[in-house]
Design a binder for this molecule. Structure first.
Ligand SMILES: O=c1[nH]c(=O)c2[nH]c(=O)[nH]c2[nH]1
Length: 302
């Protein structure tokens, strides 16, 4: 008989669970030049015979939360992600059947939907998030209209490299010739229209929104990128070159890092398939692209 681990106190442990929350796993399936991605936020909660760890600190029954995180990434490689449900079932069954002391596993999954953009087969935009913006100023003589968008999340699952950068004693970043490039686009564009001379036809605002959005997406998708800075310039200049009524574009592009997960400890090879989508910190790449001869007027606000 094992000794009752409860201390002689007038308290009792109630419901408890533990695990790693919000594992951001991105699985790329490469079917030649056509890629598919599954992007999940997976939270693991395990419960079972966990009295001892709470009452006395004995960890003997505790499968580390770090292990549950590793399992999510390893299973993404080993079993793939056919659906969030199938993936959750694999994980839940695994924890309960492989660890005697774990009696219940709850796997919560949020799935982020991506839609294809461009013609590359590896370019995507995250569904349903973007917000159009506009700012109109008038001083009694002239208008200034700066329209834009924010929260437009896009991703290329290949055709992105980053190497040949400056290095100092603190540089540990490994050079890469094939990475995921993802960003959340904030763009503002200034129309040359000022309402002056009086009666000048204003642009078709809503049509131009769709056009600019299309140019930004096409340039993101179609640019073989050696840096996000290069992609930024390509996106801004595509808008200016395609849209005679726009003189200035300002872009703010957070580099939404996707780190390849090391699966070697589990005997698995990660051939650019399983990534950890990191939240923060993130690189923040910002810049203005101007029509030659135009003034920079969009304020650098953030
Ligand atoms: O496209 C990039 N630009 C950078 O300036 C940078 N810095 C970094 O660490 N990764 C990247 N990627």
């Amino acid at each position: 008989m094992t000794a009752d681990p409860r201390p002689a106190r007038p308290t009792l442990l109630g419901q408890n669970q533990y695990g790693k929350a919000e594992n951001r796993v991105v699985r790329v399936v490469r079917d030649g030049a056509t890629h598919r991605i599954k992007d999940l936020n997976v939270s693991v909660a395990l419960s079972g015979e966990m009295d001892a760890v709470h009452y006395s600190g004995s960890n003997a029954n505790v499968l580390p939360t770090d292990t549950t995180k590793n399992t999510v990434f390893a299973f993404a490689k080993e079993h793939g992600i056919a659906s969030a449900e199938a993936f959750g079932i694999h994980l839940a069954r695994h924890f309960v059947t492989s660890q005697e002391q774990i009696h219940r596993a709850r796997i919560r999954i949020e799935e982020y939907a991506w839609q294809r953009i461009g013609t590359t087969g590896h370019s995507f935009a995250r569904g349903g998030q973007e917000t159009p913006t506009t700012e109109v100023a008038y001083d009694g003589e002239r208008f200034q209209v700066v329209s834009g968008l924010k929260d437009l999340v896009v991703l290329n699952s290949t055709d992105s490299e980053f190497w040949g950068y400056a290095k100092d004693p603190y540089t540990t970043l490994r050079e890469t010739h094939d990475r995921i490039l993802a960003t959340e686009v904030t763009a503002r564009w200034r129309f040359s229209w000022t309402g002056d001379p009086a009666g000048a036809e204003p642009p078709a605002w809503e049509e131009s929104y769709e056009q600019v959005r299309g140019h930004l997406l096409d340039a993101f998708a179609g640019t073989y990128s050696l840096s996000l800075q290069q992609t930024l310039y390509a996106m801004g200049s595509r808008v200016i070159e395609s849209h005679p009524g726009i003189d200035e574009v300002r872009l703010s592009l957070p580099n939404k890092h996707h780190f390849l997960v090391d699966l070697e400890p589990f005997g698995l090879k990660n051939e650019n398939e399983v990534y950890h989508a990191a939240d923060r910190p993130y690189g923040l790449i910002e810049g203005t692209v101007l029509r030659d001869g135009a003034d920079a007027r969009i304020p650098v606000t953030d």
